[in-house]
Design a protein around this ligand. Structure first.
Ligand SMILES: Nc1ncnc2c1ncn2[C@@H]1O[C@H](COP(=O)(O)OP(=O)(O)OP(=O)(O)O)[C@@H](O)[C@H]1O
Ligand SMILES: [Mg+2]
Length: 759
């Protein structure tokens, strides 16, 4: 019998029976510092939820005296709902649950006047912050061409999240670039204050300032928030750590849960030592370890455990499945990324029909945001409702809208909206004042805005401006010419080359810039693919018609029954009956990782991905993928090799090693959500109709005898299409041929693997 029964009347503690012994101990240890350190799906979040319910219901704590900090707003909403369902509806309404940012924004509204701000302060989003930074740089005579605004923005944000304020930043700035950033940082902070504005990072920094300058406020809050609970503690950064520590200092009722194996935000300043050093701050802390996993089948958990065991930097943790073996993992091998997405869609449709599963049971994950494009397109084609989490749909992303605006302007120069979008992108020093004058100029003469831009020379504008405008219209005209002769791909390539858009983003080298870079690359790949598959109708107009239909799709669904699409990062803390982890390829997942530390973080990310699945896990990879506007051969991710091959079935019946039938035969259903377990369909999955192609790199016979190649030989390649041999290098197994492909350009291929056909 557990202790609570002695303390509380039976009826009130009924709900605690939904916990195992250790979970219950963690819930009942309400006083003093407590940490729960445990693997995925072991009920950490559940313990937080039940602990709150217990504090309110059984200990008599007022809901408003409890502060629970979650990683996302979605998680906060779910926790609130759950508490309401355990207690009665409305119990959770006065609780303080939210992300660090949302909770402290709310608190600052009440107290910020005490440190010299007006309570009606504005919260600057990333765009607002960047334009303020731009202004500071202008005043300091620093050109965004040599010091990109995004780079400065990210450096400042990083500093703030590590609680490095301008004086310290200044002291530490040794190289020229950091010294410049230091000047901007100082001015930016000053200007924010002048604007009575806080940026996102200030929402955590200002409370620390407030608490330091006004100890009485801190004391009040310490008394108010008697109980502090933090989920996903492994991904808190330094400022979050500091602010939490200050609040908990008096009552010391700090309860944190986390899993070092799921620390995936170090690139954003998350500091794993917060969890590792919890005992240093709170020597008397009670630590609970949960070992039972209630989420996933044994198969899924075996995969997760064996993957994460390859990491050297980790606290060894035990994690045991509570459910049966369940279904084997399905590895989908697809010819290319389109086929991969198509197979995902086919599986969703088939499981839905055969098991009566709801769309909401499915989640599709990808490593980089740009990968969502093909998956989104395929979902639409198959009329599968979906929603993107943590980002907007591909066509609504800013950089995509910018590039598309260029193309629309090229097609139709009376499209003033598109013109206004791109006239100063990338920056050409064409400001709002000039634009307004151009608008007037156009109205006076009754000409289109584009025409006015073209004829700015007649309007008495400054020579510098006329020059910039001419460069802009020259680009549009050149693109138009290209559009008349070539495809959308040619037009977009010209845009990228002339404006240097891609290299600008690459140089910036911040995670946001790299994501934008990938998205633009993806758009280029899309035009290339479009040209390859519509050889007679791949004009700019054709392409734009196709994507305007796609971008018109409204992904906000009426109901909440949709497939969830998100990056693995956004999936943390969530769970779904069926999970697809796509793009399991080298250099994609794991993403290019140059240091062992980075590879370990990629592996933790993969661990997070696997452990989101409750009943069925699909892993998929494409043998070729359009990247940088070209189809590239891909290699299967080494992460797949870290899973026991006996629990994997390769789609189409091909096995990775020995027969997986043994697994299937002993498989017990986990806890089926669909009414029955997810057994493979008789005759294989729907995609089994498609012949399986062997992974790239596996030896296979060449399509032609080697001696047959000589310069001038016309060949056909499965992906690159038709081409002509330019050069033959070496002989035997190592023979290579350099080929000029009609659309894919020059490539050197190993004859042995290239599977060329002589035509
Ligand atoms: N004692 C239990 N009995 C039944 N179900 C449980 C129990 N504990 C947890 N669960 C269920 O297991 C699943 C995983 O729990 P939860 O999300 O709290 O795990 P977690 O440790 O927070 O996972 P993550 O590390 O991924 O955030 C949930 O569906 C939860 O309701
Ligand atoms: Mg959790």
């Amino acid at each position: 019998m557990w202790a609570a029964n002695l303390l509380f009347p039976e009826a009130l503690t009924d709900f605690l029976q939904g916990l195992n012994d250790v979970q219950r101990q963690a819930v009942l240890a309400t006083e003093g510092p407590v940490m729960v350190l445990a693997g995925a799906g072991s009920g950490k979040t559940r313990v937080i939820t039940y602990r709150i319910a217990h504090l309110i219901r059984n200990v008599g704590v007022l809901p408003q005296n409890i502060l629970a900090l979650t990683f996302t707003n979605k998680a906060a909403g779910e926790m609130r709902q759950r508490i309401d369902s355990i207690l009665e509806y409305g119990s959770a309404s006065s609780l303080w649950i939210g992300t660090f940012h949302s909770v402290f924004a709310r608190l600052l509204r009440s107290y910020i006047h005490l440190i010299g701000y007006d309570r009606n302060f504005s919260i600057f989003d990333a765009d607002d912050s960047k334009s303020l930074i731009k202004q500071c740089m202008k005043e300091l005579n620093l050109s965004p061409e040599t010091l990109p605004v995004n780079l400065v923005h990210s450096a400042i944000s990083k500093a703030k999240n590590s609680f490095v304020l301008p004086p310290e930043f200044h002291r530490k700035a040794i190289d020229d670039q950091s010294q410049k950033i230091s000047l901007v940082y100082e001015r930016y902070v000053h200007k924010l204050r002048e604007n009575n504005a806080l940026d996102f990072d200030d929402l955590l920094i200002k409370p620390i300032e407030l608490f330091t300058e006004q100890p009485r406020v801190l004391e009040q809050l310490q008394d108010y928030f008697k109980y502090l609970l933090i989920d996903e503690y492994q991904d808190t950064n330094r400022v979050q750590y500091l602010v939490a520590k200050m609040i908990a200092e008096k009552h010391r009722n700090i309860f944190v849960v986390g899993d070092d194996a799921q620390s995936i935000y170090s690139w954003r300043g998350a500091d794993i030592s917060n969890i590792l050093n919890f005992n240093d701050d709170y020597g008397d802390a009670q630590v609970f370890k949960l070992v039972d996993n209630y989420r996933s089948t044994k198969t899924i958990l075996d995969a997760a455990n064996s993957v994460i065991s390859r990491n050297t930097h980790q606290i060894k943790k035990e994690l045991v499945a509570n459910a049966g073996m369940g279904e084997p993992i399905t590895l989908i091998e697809a010819f290319n990324e389109k086929r991969e997405a198509e197979k995902v869609a086919e599986h969703i449709k088939s499981i839905r029909l055969s098991k009566g599963a709801q769309y909401r049971s499915f989640a599709v994950f990808y490593r980089t945001n740009a990968q969502s494009r093909v998956i989104e397109d395929m979902m639409r084609q198959n009329r599968i409702p979906y929603k993107i989490f943590g980002s907007v749909s591909f066509y609504k992303r800013k950089e995509i809208k910018d590039a598309v605006a260029y193309m629309r302007l090229v097609l139709n120069d009376r499209d003033s909206e598109s013109l206004l979008r791109v006239i100063n992108f990338p920056p050409r020093k064409i400001g709002d004042v000039s634009i307004n004058k151009l608008k007037e100029f156009a109205e006076e003469r009754n000409i289109s805005l584009y025409e006015a831009v073209k004829r700015a020379g007649e309007g008495g504008f400054q020579a510098r401006l006329v020059n910039a405008l001419t460069q802009f219209t020259d680009l549009i005209e050149a693109m138009r010419k290209q559009a008349e002769e070539g495809t959308a791909y040619d037009v977009l390539s010209m845009l990228y080359e002339t404006t240097g858009l891609l290299s600008l983003l690459k140089e910036e080298n911040t995670p946001e810039a790299l994501a934008r870079h990938e998205n633009l690359q993806e758009l280029l790949s899309m035009t290339r693919d479009f040209a390859d598959h519509n050889p007679n109708s791949a004009t700019l107009g054709d392409f734009l018609s196709t994507i305007s239909l796609a971008s018109d799709y409204d992904e906000t669904q009426e109901s909440d029954n949709y497939v969830s699409l998100m990056t693995v990062h956004a999936a943390k803390g969530l769970e779904f009956p069926v999970v697809f982890v796509t793009g399991m390829e080298e250099k994609l997942f794991p993403l290019n990782s140059y240091e062992p530390g980075e590879l370990e973080e990629e592996r933790r990310l993969f661990y997070v991905a696997i452990t989101r699945a409750r009943e069925k896990l699909f892993l998929s990879w494409a043998q070729s993928r359009y990247m940088y506007g070209q189809p590239q051969m891909c290699m299967r991710s080494t992460f797949i090799n870290e899973i026991n091959p006996n629990i994997i079935v390769t789609e189409g019946g091909r096995k990775l090693s020995e027969s997986p039938k043994k697994v299937a035969a002993t498989a017990m259903a986990g806890r089926p959500v669909f009414g029955s377990s997810l057994r493979p369909q008789p005759g294989g999955s729907p995609a089994a109709k498609v012949p399986t192609v062997k992974p790239a790199g596996s030896a296979r016979p060449t399509g032609a005898a080697k001696s047959e190649y000589r310069p001038g030989t016309r060949v056909q390649h499965a992906i690159f299409g038709p081409g002509t041999v330019l050069e033959v290098q070496g002989s035997g197994a190592k023979q290579k041929v350099k080929i000029n492909f009609r659309t894919a350009g020059e490539k050197t291929l190993m004859v042995q693997y290239a599977n060329l056909k002589i035509v």
